[in-house]
Design a protein around this ligand. Structure first.
Ligand SMILES: CC(C)(COP(=O)(O)OP(=O)(O)OC[C@H]1O[C@@H](n2cnc3c(N)ncnc32)[C@H](O)[C@@H]1OP(=O)(O)O)[C@@H](O)C(=O)NCCC(=O)NCCS
Length: 258
């Protein structure tokens, strides 16, 4: 009799414990914004990788294995998303932790944590758009090399780099599926990047595009300045004594969000 009562008590306790446990949370992306026509703009995840690659290829961009792996593991853009949810202090902490060692692997990891890979999707349409933006790694490495050759201490190098190059992002690819173009998807993706970088105090967002009236209209409509073909872009806004030059016929577009 007593053991039956005990069993009942144990069962009640187990049921009560189960009811007290919140239902399992769906896997909420670290970064999600509402887009046009019920779309979500969110951080690309492992499940999006094939669509992400395909779309970026239409913008002439092959996704490096390292970036694909970071999207798969969820580390792509983590510093940016952490900064957006926990504040600019957390963003700097994330950067500083990696910059402290100044090792090449740590810098690669930092580059990936600052790499923003977004998709536009809905349950009905699937993934209809993709955007990829990351720090200009070549510029950062040159900057560090220059400072090293000038004999600057590690700390000075870190501070100068932090102050400038790491808060520059290059829009490497934006692409929208053929059947979803001209309905604001591309704009929503770029605006999501702009708003994230602006909140984190970035000084410059830029990109290089082939000559095209459509692209000029697209980027100028989003507030970017388009340089004439062949004109270099200087990183003066980021405090860097360096410039980037587009290939023949290509044009640089830029925005200084802060
Ligand atoms: C460029 C691209 C991403 C634009 O995406 P989208 O979702 O169609 O763009 P939006 O609907 O947000 O367009 C916003 C505005 O940009 C301008 N625009 C966009 N595409 C245009 C085009 N082909 N011709 C003229 N203007 C265009 C228009 O002013 C448009 O506003 P409107 O439709 O009210 O006239 C898309 O055309 C694409 O994927 N192209 C192929 C990949 C590519 O070249 N990427 C850019 C590499 S730098």
């Amino acid at each position: 009799m007593a053991s039956k009562r005990n069993r009942l008590q144990r069962t009640r306790a187990a049921v009560a414990a189960r009811l007290a446990t919140p239902p399992e949370q769906p896997n909420v992306s670290l970064f999600t914004l509402p887009g046009p026509n019920g779309l979500r703009i969110r951080a690309a995840e492992a499940v999006d990788l094939a669509d992400f690659r395909r779309l970026c290829a239409t913008a002439g961009v092959d996704i490096e294995d390292e970036i694909a792996a970071a999207i798969e593991t969820g580390s792509a853009g983590e510093a940016v998303y952490t900064g957006l949810t926990s504040g600019i202090g957390a963003f700097f902490d994330d950067i500083m932790t990696r910059l402290d060692s100044m090792s090449v692997p740590a810098l690669r990891e930092l580059f990936l944590r600052l790499t923003v890979a977004l998709v536009a999707e809905s349950d009905d349409t699937g993934v209809t758009g993709a955007a990829l933006a990351f720090p200009p790694v070549g510029i950062i490495m040159n900057q560090l090399k220059q400072l090293r050759s000038l004999g600057a201490s590690d700390e000075t190098r870190v501070q100068l780099t932090l102050a400038g190059a790491l808060r520059v992002s290059r829009i490497k690819a934006v692409a929208v599926r053929d059947d979803a173009r001209r309905s604001g998807v591309g704009s929503a993706l770029v605006q999501a990047c702009n708003s994230a970088f602006s909140q984190l105090g970035y000084s410059s967002i830029y990109g290089i595009m082939p000559p095209s009236i459509g692209l000029r209209m697209f980027y100028s409509g989003l507030g970017f300045t388009i340089l004439p073909p062949g004109q270099p872009y200087t990183f003066a806004a980021a405090g860097l004594p360096t410039a980037v030059q587009a290939d023949d016929g290509e044009q640089i577009f830029y925005l200084h969000p802060n």
